[in-house]
Design a protein around this ligand. Structure first.
Ligand code: PLP
Length: 574
């Protein structure tokens, strides 16, 4: 116990930036993440530790994880809770705080895990947990399932994260310089801060002025990740009244969080001095969605060391020493001989194919051009676009193409589940001409194998729904070329035929949201047939030049070290 107190004393010596996220992908076997948002949070923290930034992070313990995906022979998904033991990875702290939920006091405890860097830096992460003796059974489950349950369950989780998180940091003795909300799930923290910094009633001439909105705004940073209206968390005030109660008067809450619903994004926006989207295009979309707010852009990045496979790590160590903490060194990628780049790629490809053999029993061919696609199985990602003209795909690819897919559908996303089944039926249909597999239970480990072990990384989202996207940045770190719709980060990263290829019309055209499928698919097939596949087989030299460009231009820029080096001056210390 004593050592924990000493450690906390040490941790709280310096004022910190507090990073709040519903999910954080710390490492593969800590299942407190579901996808892009959580992995980004993990990369943010890893770069924070490498750069020795004064940060702490707060999230939920998600004791039963997101879910483990099983797929039957027809691609029907079943979800299974993940069992893991937090005490293997983190320390339970003796500190307790409580939050009010449905009028009850619910006790909250916290687990501490420190993300350590080889540079000597570290970032403490606090995992909040309501599975405390004395809490009602129902309340003990609040921090069990990531994105599980209904709206009521979600709101309870957001009370624990936002309000509980601020109280926990305070109780532990932290002085917080900035609160950074990674998406709206933690926006209730602003309400707790409004209460903390309330002016005494006798000092003001109007009772509204007890709420020091400017003081709270000064403390808060908000990053939005959602480019569509429907994606933002909204709760009816009836529900808020019943579950949260009246933390601040409702007329004040409605002014800040929306008249008809409590909109968590709006609440975050109204109480943050600095607001950003996660790519330049996403900033424009967000400005249109929330007129009147000053919204900046800091384009996402990925943690270079985490998302580089072993063979490329060795290559970078040899030719670009110290690259991991200074990804700008990728600018000198031209020093690496072509042959060594190709060999590192073939090693990564073999590593993926060995995994496929072990998992599915199908032998992939190392010399054959291979497309990778893996992301959340949901409608806007259009995982079926590649198959929209199956005869043409068969003609283009017979004997020349292999395909690897992966991705989970959210348990309540029936369309997403149907999409996986659809992909399985295409796989069956193609099996005599084109080898194809669907890997189950996509996670960080499979992601690394996949993004490094294929020849091109395909992305076909429906514009403008990909706020940023990050898996393509991971691919670039391993010399894997992107072939993607112009949305999110790729608008900033692509140079046609140089760092990769685009699909469909340029991003300057607007009003493209509907009925793009045929146009996008035609472009996809044309480029595959006439440009990409011929280049792969007939001009290896140019292909490797493009791999170098992906590293020297895309990985050079789209990494989380660059991202954090921008957050510090633009969001944290301004
Ligand atoms: C990187 C990553 C994602 C995000 O990929 P997108 O292309 O942004 O959708 C999702 N899941 C896992 C496991 C990842 O590693």
């Amino acid at each position: 116990m004593n050592s924990i107190f000493n450690e906390l004393l040490e941790l709280t010596k310096e004022p910190k930036i507090a990073y709040f996220s519903m999910e954080i992908g710390i490492q593969n076997d800590i299942p407190t993440y579901s996808g892009g948002l959580g992995v980004l949070a993990g990369d943010t923290i890893r770069s924070g530790a490498d750069l020795k930034l004064p940060m702490v992070a707060v999230t939920l313990i998600s004791k039963k994880g997101y879910f483990r995906q099983e797929l039957d022979e027809r691609g029907r998904q079943t979800e299974h809770p993940v069992s893991w033991d937090p005490s293997q990875y983190m320390t339970l702290l003796p500190t307790r705080i409580s939050v009010q939920i449905e009028g009850r006091d619910v006790a909250v405890q916290a687990w501490l895990h420190k993300v350590r860097s080889l540079t000597g830096g570290s970032v403490p992460v606090f995992f909040l947990d309501t599975d405390v003796q004395g809490n009602m059974l129902e309340d003990r489950e609040i921090t069990s399932y990531l994105y599980g349950g209904d709206q009521t369950y979600r709101l309870k989780q957001e009370i624990v994260l936002g309000i509980g998180g601020v109280r926990m940091l305070h109780e532990l003795g932290f002085e917080i310089k900035k609160y950074h909300m990674n998406e709206g799930h933690s926006s209730l923290l602003t309400v707790e801060l409004l209460n903390m910094y309330k002016r005494p009633i006798e000092d003001v001439w109007d009772e509204r002025l007890v709420w020091d909105v400017d003081r709270v705004k000064d403390l808060c940073v908000f990053t939005t990740h959602t480019p569509v209206e429907a994606g933002h968390d909204k709760f009816p005030y009836e529900l808020v009244k019943r579950i949260v109660g009246e933390l601040i008067p409702f007329y004040v809450l409605k002014e800040l969080g929306g008249r008809d619903y409590l909109n968590m994004t709006l609440l975050g926006l109204n109480l943050s001095e600095y607001i950003n989207g996660v790519a330049k295009k996403h900033m424009e979309i967000s400005r249109n969605m929330f007129p009147g707010y000053e919204i900046s852009a800091i384009t996402n990045g990925v943690h270079s060391y985490t998302w580089t496979c072993d063979s490329f790590k060795r290559l970078y160590d040899k030719y670009l020493p110290a690259w991991a903490n200074e990804p700008e060194l990728f600018v000198r990628v031209g020093r690496i001989p072509d042959e060594e780049i190709w060999n590192a790629h073939m090693e990564a490809k073999k590593n993926l194919f060995d995994y496929i053999k072990a998992e599915i029993g199908i032998e992939f061919d190392l010399e054959t051009f291979t497309i990778g696609f893996a992301r959340r199985a949901t409608a806007y990602k259009r995982p079926d676009l590649l198959f929209s003209n199956i005869e043409r795909l068969e003609r283009i690819g017979a004997g020349k193409l292999q395909i690897v897919y992966a991705g989970k559908a959210h348990p309540q996303d029936e369309t997403g589940k149907r999409l996986i089944e659809k992909i399985f039926s295409f796989k069956e249909r193609l099996k005599d001409k084109i080898k194809m597999v669907y890997l189950k239970n996509y996670d960080m480990e499979i992601a690394l194998r996949l993004i490094s072990g294929v020849d091109i990384w395909l992305n076909t989202p429906l514009r403008p729904r990909e706020a940023s996207g990050t898996s393509g940045m991971k691919a670039a770190h391993n010399g894997v070329l992107n072939f993607s719709v112009l949305d999110g980060w790729w608008i900033e990263g692509y140079i046609e035929g140089f760092t990769g290829w685009s699909i469909g019309p340029p991003p300057t055209e607007t009003g493209l949201v509907e009925n793009m499928d045929t146009r996008d698919a035609d472009d996809l097939y044309n480029k595959l047939e006439y440009i990409i596949i011929p280049l792969f087989y007939n001009d290896r030299h140019t292909w490797i030049r493009m791999m170098q460009n992906a590293i020297g231009k895309n990985a050079y820029y789209f990494n989380s070290h660059r991202m954090m080096r921008r957050y510090v001056p633009e969001a944290y210390i301004r």
